[in-house]
Design a protein around this ligand. Sequence first.
Ligand SMILES: C[S@@+](CC[C@H](N)C(=O)[O-])C[C@H]1O[C@@H](n2cnc3c(N)ncnc32)[C@H](O)[C@@H]1O
Length: 312
Amino acid sequence: MKKNKTQAAATPQRGAAAVDAALAAELKPGQSIELLKELHILTREGRLNQDSRRKLKQVYHLFQFIEKLLHELPARDGGPTLADHGAGKSYLGFIIYDLFFKALGQGHIYGVETRAELVERSQALAQRLGFSRMAFVNTTVAESLSDQRLPEQIDVVTALHACDTATDDAIAFGLQKRARFMVLVPCCQAEVASCLRESKALSLSRTPLAELWRHPLHTREMGSQITNVLRCLYLEACGYQVTVTELVGWEHSMKNELILARYTGQKKRSAAERLQALLAEFGLQSLQATRYPLPAQGAALATAPDAAPSAA
Ligand SMILES: C[S@@+](CC[C@H](N)C(=O)[O-])C[C@H]1O[C@@H](n2cnc3c(N)ncnc32)[C@H](O)[C@@H]1O
């Protein structure tokens, strides 16, 4: 079979474009060398150093995780859809496309990002690489909910270190788009901390538990912790099974909590009750309407994704 340019580059050979045998062993069949250079995983000369080998391992780790979910999706016309929120340079979307969507020959990846220059850069790179089923939308996550450039249904929603409340908006997006999976690695979130700060005096007079967020540093940390707990309860109340784990290999990042939500349709009443109780306990009731609007018990999300997943 005739090799394309990127496959050929992955084969050990002599000359300036040579990729050493150690590198070839690390690459997956058909993987784009140009993409790895753009992502600074490979040097301009196409080499892999100690640092970039570690980076490649991290990227593979996250990819393998998402790949399993993609395989669980039921086959459907047009193939799977994935939206990556707070995409930045879109390295996650590019890697997923390169290692999964490219060979699949169908399906779409959408990157949502507020910074126009990053969107333009990603568009140009996708065009150069021939990744024609990738699209980049220059908007906020919140506004993407009503953006006509995005389809009505999205199978997988990812948000990797999307800033502040962008993760909450990504959850709202996933719910509206009837996502089967949401893969969230939250960044710091300031909204809950600011509410805790506002009601601090009252809370301290009411409960010794408020000592947990009395000092400003603790307010921030508790705010972050409570935010993620509320997000998990909210997802469970909306019919998702939630797993919280560590994004292994991301030890260098302070934020390596991985929240995986899988749609089951079982809306947990106990999670909704706990969510409301926690909001009351922490004086955060004002967030219920904006962040955690609970679905009526017994009601399905818009139209639930097909019930039983099968291998793609
Ligand atoms: C820390 S970077 C992470 C980028 C990428 N996901 C990654 O992990 O490499 C966060 C990105 O989210 C974008 N962002 C922040 N708030 C956003 C919002 N509300 N809507 C869309 N993008 C947002 C920022 O411009 C930035 O590129």
